[in-house]
Design a binder for this molecule. Structure first.
Ligand SMILES: [Zn+2]
Length: 361
């Protein structure tokens, strides 16, 4: 009898655990390129320990970023791990080291009838966004990656990169023609994006290459617009099954490569504004999970006491970089909204992808 009671209680507890979280319909996946824990800590110092959006996370985790062929990953291999759940070699996108195709979370979502989108501060053919739609042995083949973006089933893409479409299709006119023929409405500026028709697939190329450093509220505005377009698509006849949106604060990484702490703070601020938009969306739509992470750390940033004797009262904190490249540090994961409690602990970057894929399966 006791055994049966224990079993019944365990069953109830099990079901209770399953029902404890809201079902996840939408995923907003924000990636700070090169955003190590030290960059996040730097923002705490800069904001005088006023809680940042990261401090408001409902759950946290850590992920290991090494690639298949290097303990220090590049953005292509780590992007592939986050997008597709496989460890590949540095510079490879959307495929395993043996060149076999790896399915991205976007492609899985599309096969489930979900809407998908990508928003970045760099060009859309750059390694991180490309990992979500392209399959190619080198991140440097930008013309081919442009072609793969057009062949993808992405509904909304906002960023830079017209220059690489021109390179692939010969000139601007031919590039626009190819974009339209692929089924996208071509948008050339943020101003134009405001009036975009909700019924169409949208490819907004708001600059030739990078959208650029110091772009202020661009990322938050583009995220807001992408959410409204994806929401209308996932409610329309195409899909009632939600969406997956990837948003990248792309140039946090560039400022790490440049060892420029002040410039990185600006990029972090613009990324944090986009995170605020996502978290606010999840607050209003309780079936939305927000995941914020990085693909790797850049610059080997350390926050050290300006006076060598830190036993004395503080005379400033120095932001000191140890490399112009990437580092092997673990990077943080912050979670908000539906299912946030399901992801925690120390994991491989590929495991984070597996957990996200499981939520939409
Ligand atoms: Zn990166």
């Amino acid at each position: 009898m006791r055994r049966i009671t224990t079993f019944a209680v365990a069953m109830l507890l099990g079901i209770g655990t399953l029902l404890a979280h809201e079902p996840v319909k939408n995923i907003i996946f924000l990636i700070g390129d090169g955003m190590g824990l030290s960059s996040v800590s730097m923002m705490q110092l800069v904001n005088k320990y006023e809680p940042t959006i990261f401090d408001k996370a409902e759950n946290i985790a850590l992920q290991k970023t090494y690639s298949a062929d290097n303990r220090v990953t590049d953005s292509a291999a780590s992007g592939t791990a986050l997008a597709s759940g496989v460890k590949t070699n540095n510079t490879m996108l959307g495929m395993r080291p043996d060149l076999s195709h790896a399915e991205s979370i976007m492609e899985l979502a599309q096969s489930r009838g979900m809407a998908t989108g990508v928003v970045v501060t760099t060009y859309l053919q750059h390694a991180t966004p490309a990992a979500f739609y392209a399959h190619i042995d080198s991140r440097h083949k930008l013309a081919e990656i442009s072609e793969q973006l057009l062949a993808s089933k992405i509904d909304v893409a906002i960023g830079g990169g017209m220059a690489y479409f021109e390179e692939r299709y010969g000139n601007k006119e031919e590039a626009q023609k190819a974009i339209t023929e692929a089924g996208f409405e071509y948008i050339a500026s943020m101003e134009e994006l405001k009036n975009v028709d909700k019924g169409t697939r949208t490819l907004a190329l708001v600059s030739d290459k990078e959208v650029g450093a110091n772009s202020g509220s661009y990322l938050a505005e583009a995220t807001t617009k992408a959410l409204s377009l994806l929401e209308s698509k996932s409610k329309g006849k195409r899909s009632k099954r939600g969406f997956v949106l990837m948003v990248e604060g792309s140039l946090i990484d560039s400022m790490g490569h440049a060892n420029d702490a002040t410039a990185q703070q600006k990029e972090m601020e613009s990324f944090m504004q986009a995170v605020e938009v996502a978290v606010e969306y999840a607050r209003k739509h309780p079936d939305t999970l927000v995941v914020v992470t990085a693909d790797h750390e850049t610059g080997g940033l350390a926050l050290i006491s300006a006076n060598a004797d830190f036993n004395l009262s503080e005379q400033g904190v120095e932001f000191k970089w140890s490399t112009g490249g990437h580092s092997a540090e673990m990077v943080p994961i912050y979670l908000y909204g539906a299912g946030a409690e399901l992801i925690n602990g120390i994991m491989e970057n590929t495991e984070l992808n597996a957990k996200l894929k499981a939520l939409i399966k």
